[in-house]
Design a protein around this ligand. Structure first.
Ligand SMILES: [Zn+2]
Length: 368
């Protein structure tokens, strides 16, 4: 069990700590305070939470083996951790980001694509779960294209979070098929709000792997080229912090060799080559990378890379500290970690609803 790290410049706050110690006795060895942020007029902070490659794990239940996963997985368990971080950091100073590959990977994902399809009006359990958890953005992953565009489109309609994909273009045009980025506002008491730009880019491999679904409909262009295009636009649009939520690994290799003009993986390259990015959230390769720093070649600044494993086993928790210089927020410190939910008997209310609906089609026990 990896505890939630103390946030940047945190202070002990005994009453809150005691309250949480009772509720999350085994989960929280240390607690940050719940004091409103920006006590000093020239500093601010925010926390990013991230998941990636959830692959249709909502309940901690392996439908094929008919037993719980070991180690435990799923958005249900992650949601308890998300609530805990929101309670500790203050919900208004956190953002929740998924880095893609959410709807495919279990019988659950296949069922709601092919049997009781979202295209025919079914409510997608992953969209439902993500809505309950109040995700801000999700980057489209390559496996989102596996069931064809109508299923993805319906999932997108049901999802409250913005589905991002700056390098996925309408075929034969330069028009993005998904929102390239969003800028979220973190309001501070008595201080200038912090504006956080979240850029979503996916691996271009879908052009090859899902050719039957996307050929003649969507084009996929390079991750590095796309980041170079959008980061300056986001800064010009007022982003104080830039988070690149990249459905791609941290390496620079490609499983498809030179069959496509753009590499499959580019997470580290983007951080090194594109000036102005503060945090890279990676995915796709299912690796757990709590924190890694690389230096941007142009600015010399350290860029934080973090990747939250897969299957809802861990939650990425990234603290960002800022200082206001001549009226502008600037990132001064970033710290990343990935946290595993503590064993808990608590079932989130939304998951109780979900378990009832799941029993509609599953004859197996749905487990805790
Ligand atoms: Zn992937």
């Amino acid at each position: 069990m990896d505890p939630i790290p103390r946030r940047l410049r945190s202070r002990p706050f005994a009453v809150v700590a005691l309250a949480f110690a009772v509720v999350f006795a085994s989960a929280v060895p240390t607690l940050a305070d719940a004091t409103p942020q920006a006590l000093e007029s020239n500093t601010g902070r925010l926390t990013l939470m991230s998941t990636t490659d959830v692959h249709a794990r909502v309940l901690n239940w392996d439908y094929l083996a008919d037993k719980p996963y070991a180690p435990a997985r799923g958005l249900g368990r992650i949601s308890t951790l998300v609530n805990q971080v929101r309670a500790e950091r203050g919900a208004d100073s956190t953002l929740l980001i998924d880095v893609g590959d959410s709807i495919q990977g279990t019988a659950l994902g296949s069922y709601y694509a092919n049997i009781d399809s979202v295209v025919d009006g079914a409510k997608h359990p992953v969209a439902t779960a993500m809505n309950y958890m109040r995700y801000d953005t999700m980057t489209v992953g390559n496996h989102e294209f596996n069931f064809g565009l109508p299923v993805l489109s319906e999932f997108q309609k049901q999802l409250d979070a913005t589905l991002l994909g700056a390098n996925v273009l309408q075929h034969g045009t330069s028009t993005p098929a998904f929102a390239p980025y969003v800028i979220k506002t973190i309001n501070l008491k008595g201080n200038k709000p912090i504006r956080v730009g979240i850029l979503g880019i996916t691996t271009p491999g879908s052009a090859l792997w899902d050719r039957t679904h996307v050929s003649g409909k969507l084009d996929f262009v390079g991750g590095l080229e796309t980041a170079r295009t959008y980061v300056p636009k986001m800064r010009a649009a007022g982003a104080d912090v830039i988070v690149a939520a990249l459905h791609t690994g941290l390496g620079s290799d490609s499983s498809y060799g030179d069959q496509l003009p753009y590499p499959e993986n580019f997470g580290t390259v983007v951080a090194e080559e594109v000036p102005g990015i503060d945090v890279v959230l990676a995915g796709h390769s299912h690796t757990n990378v709590p924190q890694r720093f690389v230096q941007n070649k142009q600015t010399g600044r350290q860029v934080l890379l973090s990747q939250a494993g897969s299957h809802g086993q861990v939650l990425g928790v990234i603290d960002v500290g800022l200082q206001k210089v001549e009226g502008q927020w600037q990132v001064t410190e970033t710290r990343g970690s990935t946290c595993r939910p503590a064993a808990s008997r608590t079932t989130p209310p939304w998951l109780r609803w979900f378990r009832r609906s799941t029993k509609r089609w599953s004859t197996t026990s749905t487990g805790p």
